[in-house]
Ligand binder design. Sequence first.
Ligand code: 13P
Ligand code: SF4
Length: 430
Amino acid sequence: MASVDTTIQLIRTTGRNARGEVQEACSPALARGPWDFDGVVQYGPGSSMHDRIPADSPRQGAIPEEYKLASTEELHERIRAAKEALGDRVVVLGHFYQRDEIVQHADFLGDSFQLANAAQTVPNAEAIVFCGVHFMAETADVLAREGQAVILPNLAAGCSMADMADIDSVEEAWAQLEALYGTEPDAEGRAPIIPVTYMNSSAALKGFCGRHGGIVCTSSNAETVLEWAFERGQRVLFFPDQHLGRNTAKRMGVPLERMPMWNPRKPLGGNSGDDLLDAKVVLWHGFCSVHKRFTPAQVAQARAEHPGVRVIVHPECPMEVVDAADEAGSTDYIRRAVEAATEPTTFAIGTEINMVNRLAAEFPQHEIFCLDPVVCPCSTMYRIHPGYLAWVLEELVAGNVVNRIEVDDTVKADARVALERMLAAKPKAA
Ligand code: 13P
Ligand code: SF4
């Protein structure tokens, strides 16, 4: 059976995007069902060839054939019926990057910060079905009340960026940094260094931050969180996304020379001791393969072809792209910017294709297109197929919790500390 995905089907059948332009997809395998590649050790179709999946990444086992053979209509009907039978006992959360076929069943749609909050607003639900990626489901489990089950419909839905910083490498880096900086606070009581992890990281790393006086951030609050950290520390170790760290710190006035990059495979991360002593933000060598595809040349092309275009990109894009764009912000920021435009506007958006196409369909008064002319969804978000959603929901109806994501209790307690610091951090009054 072909994959249930209108975006990809449109390309397969017509080779054209919503604007009638000929368009290609980054991988022909996108048109297949996820069960065709779930057994293979890889991130999924469209992922960068350079992303190396950790050997111990969760794998999705086979699901019953009936879900693979069902038509799109049948799957939607079964999802609706299961949700109705479960009522308030279940809540379905969907990230903006999910395919439309999943989004239509979500009780909450949002960015990773909003979904972390949403998970806390449903204490009566027995199960939270998280249509997103692994680190998001882990976060929901950390914040969930005792006894609530968090379910990830496809266990293979990870995040290549989150996998770029593992707990052993971060512990090792920390030991080297502590040896260099010491552990004593300065005259103003600020620690030598504060760890800050992007939400896109494992619960183990959030736990590390909780234990070491650190905090979590998302792309919608990174500046507030860095302010929080600079009040308490002389410098920050920011992981895993170098781009979000660099773009945010640069906007706050930190010079590039004071943002050395930490390569976990090299002693002192590949830096001299002096560079690290002068550092304000030590950036981990991680990135998102989806956002890395955007380039300043694409921005220039959009401006040349569409005079007056408003270019908005996600801060996971490289600095040169953010600098060339008009604005940068989280997925929710992008959504609100489009929603708030009162005059018909042309928008070139630098983020994941499912979200861009949805905005284009929802706001036909504007011309909205993706900066990247090649259609390439987030390969791991893409693994949440309606077949999996129908399966986990029908199992719940039958009294079975499948694909539960459970964070170890000690990690959970520390991770919660770091997440609660984030939820409590407020922007400085202007
Ligand atoms: P948001 O925090 O903007 O939802 O982004 C999450 C993400 O994974 C972007 O790649
Ligand atoms: Fe991870 Fe990038 Fe996908 Fe976001 S878009 S979930 S950072 S791989």
